[in-house]
Design a protein around this ligand. Structure first.
Ligand code: NAG
Ligand code: NAG
Ligand code: NAG
Ligand code: NAG
Ligand code: NAG
Ligand code: NAG
Ligand code: NAG
Length: 596
């Protein structure tokens, strides 16, 4: 129904640059704003947008082949991770695509010098006034408001010149309303618990090693080391290769004073130590204790506390509201997630393990964007980086722990009810971590799990998912989940009642946000053990985890289910299940197997 060719025919003489109008635009993407967002107002035409243009990676399938080979312990190339330059070459766009993009930009008067490109040249960035972006993408932006008060400048569709359609995968910020919530659900006042009483009355009788009874009430670094059989392992301090990173968004600051209190409380040997702070796109590091973030403190304290003294890096990525939505505002509302990926991929030696505790319901992220971000994770995997993500905090629901406001309807205008997989957990190139509770451990009800609608099941999951699907009674949840999708989580770790230091006091925090840094800490310790035996780091770890010998070392969680969308959700079962994966790690047994 677009009459652009016709319009183009009538208007060329009114424009200074005749080239501009030779483009015939076609719709590239339409995407309904996720629930909760409504149009608020028109943005200023001078509002600046940093346009991120993702060029197609015609050889991605070759990179993927490398990823499988270097990540498969049965392959001769196992552990031979690629260098940055090799990966960059494999994801580079073709020359024709690059030239066309430049031609397109310059026809709108964009100076070559104002363009920046990712190190693989696969992303082109340029900051332009909204008015020009609207012309280039034949669209119109609005200020959108979320029911909880956030604002974004976005559109629900955009177009590209016809010759570029096949060369560009994605242009953002356009249709991406994603907000990357921290996956933590509960903050309780720690004073509620009387640990003295628990210690005196609770009786633990696990066949495994003794676990401090207070761990059933409050999780500390020591509890995690006891539960996961890592007591007494002392990482070597002297190699620079086992490294661990934690990402932060949404102005979440990791407070150093809180970290010291945490170390005094739980990791005395780490008192006085800190971490490398890396600012991405001007991400801040405000140490005003009243601005400390629960999420950032949780992630840093447990990832770094578990992995100490392995070298630690904290990334703070800027680029999020508060955005003031008036007609004259020219503030930039970036997409911080891509900013971080771009940044970390441009570095020759990122941390070997990186934990992220932010995610989204998959359907709130346009598929084109989810795919490209996932391909970015594959690039990191091929370079030997283990990426952990939370599986989500809403059971089979949308990550919203409150049943009253949980949304289980599709966002495609049809409002079909279905389970809500999360992203990036559903990306087959990352390791998704579910959550457990209690000692002995059972699945916790909020633990996200299920099957992606965007990403098909990778072959490393075939056997275990086929086996799992057979345990579901015939006809159960028909149409609610995608039997051919990538199943998640891959594994689990404790995710309840973590004793976090926050604004000078200890609080209790729950969520798969806690599980992700915990798993990352264990992987960092394993990397350390492997390096000290002259073995390469784990890298993308899923193909390894799904080998029977390896998955059998996990503490299988067989009790619990993850309700959501008005159903009891999936059951924890013997073997892999979409609530705890293979279960929780046993560092000692993994070390025996992987760093003999
Ligand atoms: C741990 O707490 C749970 C829930 O309160 C309880 O059912 C379980 O018996 C406790 N475990 C032990 C060993 O006391
Ligand atoms: C670790 O890095 C430091 C500083 O860059 C360097 O001096 C040292 O030699 C490195 N150690 C190893 C074992 O590579
Ligand atoms: C710390 O942040 C709080 C809350 O924003 C503010 O009221 C206070 O003035 C800040 N303190 C300093 C020293 O900047
Ligand atoms: C789907 O739900 C939305 C929001 O509740 C509503 O506006 C719309 O009319 C519904 N569409 C259909 C086809 O039911
Ligand atoms: C189910 O997953 C497959 C594989 O990823 C995908 O092609 C299909 O569109 C999905 N179905 C739905 C209803 O989302
Ligand atoms: C979960 O287990 C319950 C009790 O055994 C059973 O009734 C239900 O069908 C199972 N649900 C699924 C999805 O397997
Ligand atoms: C933190 O708490 C301690 C003990 O309650 C108190 O002495 C100290 O002044 C507090 N520090 C800040 C910055 O509030």
């Amino acid at each position: 129904m677009r009459l652009l060719p016709l319009i183009a025919f009538f208007v060329p003489f009114t424009f200074a640059d005749p080239n501009t109008k030779r483009w015939v635009h076609r719709v590239k993407e339409t995407f309904d704003a996720p629930r909760g967002w409504t149009k608020h107002s028109l943005p200023s035409p001078n509002h600046m947008i940093e346009l991120q243009i993702g060029l197609r990676q015609p050889n991605f399938h070759i990179l993927e082949q490398h990823l499988w080979e270097v990540s498969d312990p049965d392959h001769p190339r196992y552990g031979q991770h690629l260098f940055k330059d090799e990966v960059d070459a494999l994801v580079a766009p073709d020359d024709e695509g690059l030239e066309l993009v430049h031609e397109w930009l310059s026809s709108y008067g964009v100076d070559k010098n104002d363009i920046t490109r990712s190190s693989a040249q696969d992303w082109v960035r340029v900051t332009l006034p909204l008015q020009l972006v609207e012309e280039m993408l034949d669209t119109s932006y609005h200020v959108w408001q979320h029911t909880d008060g956030d604002y974004l400048v976005r559109t629900t569709h955009y177009s590209l010149p016809e010759p570029l359609l096949d060369h560009i995968d994605v242009v953002q910020p356009t249709t991406l309303f994603g907000r990357w919530k921290g996956m933590k659900s509960t903050v309780l006042d720690f004073e509620d618990f009387d640990l003295g009483n628990v210690a005196n009355t609770a009786k633990f009788d696990s066949e495994a090693d003794f676990v401090d009874p207070t761990c059933n009430i409050s999780i500390t670094v020591s509890c995690l080391k006891q539960l996961y059989n890592a007591i007494g392992y002392v990482p070597s301090d002297c190699n620079n290769y086992s490294t661990i990173g934690v990402t932060a968004y949404l102005e979440q600051y990791a407070n150093e004073a809180d970290l010291q209190l945490f170390y005094h409380d739980q990791v005395p040997e780490a008192v006085g130590s800190t971490f490398d702070f890396i600012s991405v796109k001007g991400g801040l590091n405000d140490q005003n204790i009243s601005l400390a973030g629960v999420e950032a403190n949780l992630d840093v304290q447990f990832a770094f506390g578990l992995a100490f003294p392995i070298p630690r890096t904290f990334y703070s990525t800027a680029g999020r509201p508060p955005f003031i939505p008036d007609a004259t505002s020219t503030e930039n509302t970036n997409e911080p997630y891509n900013d971080w990926l771009d940044f970390v991929l441009s570095h020759p030696d990122p941390p070997r393990v990186i934990s992220t505790s932010y995610g989204e319901a998959e359907q709130t992220v346009p598929e084109s964007y989810a795919r490209r971000a996932c391909q970015g994770f594959a690039q990191l995997g091929a370079r030997g980086v283990t990426m952990t993500f939370p599986s989500g905090d809403g059971g089979v629901g949308d990550g919203n722990p409150d049943p009253a406001t949980q949304q289980c309807q599709t966002n495609d205008g049809q409002n079909r009810t279905q389970f809500m997989p999360s992203f990036p957990a559903g990306c087959p190139y990352v390791t998704a971590i579910g959550a457990t509770v209690n000692v002995p451990e059972i699945a916790v009800d909020f633990s996200g799990g299920g099957f992606s609608n965007y990403f098909p099941r990778p072959s490393y999951q075939d056997a275990v998912i086929e086996a799992y699907l057979k345990t579901i009674p015939e006809g159960t949840y028909e149409g609610l989940f995608n039997r051919s999708g990538r199943g998640f989580p891959d594994i689990a770790a404790q995710g309840s009642r973590f004793r976090v230091w926050y604004q000078n006091t200890s609080i209790s925090v729950s969520g798969t946000s806690a599980s992700s840094p915990t798993a990352a800490g264990i992987f960092a310790l394993l990397n350390d053990a492997r390096l000290s035996k002259g073995l390469p780091t784990l890298g993308f770890v899923n193909p390894l985890l799904y080998k029977g010998k390896v998955s059998a070392t996990f503490n299988d969680i067989t009790v619990g289910n993850n309700p959501g969308c008005g159903t009891p959700g999936f059951n924890a079962t013997k073997g892999w299940d979409p609530i705890t994966g293979f279960g929780t790690p046993n560092f000692g047994r993994l070390k025996e197997l992987l760093a003999p």
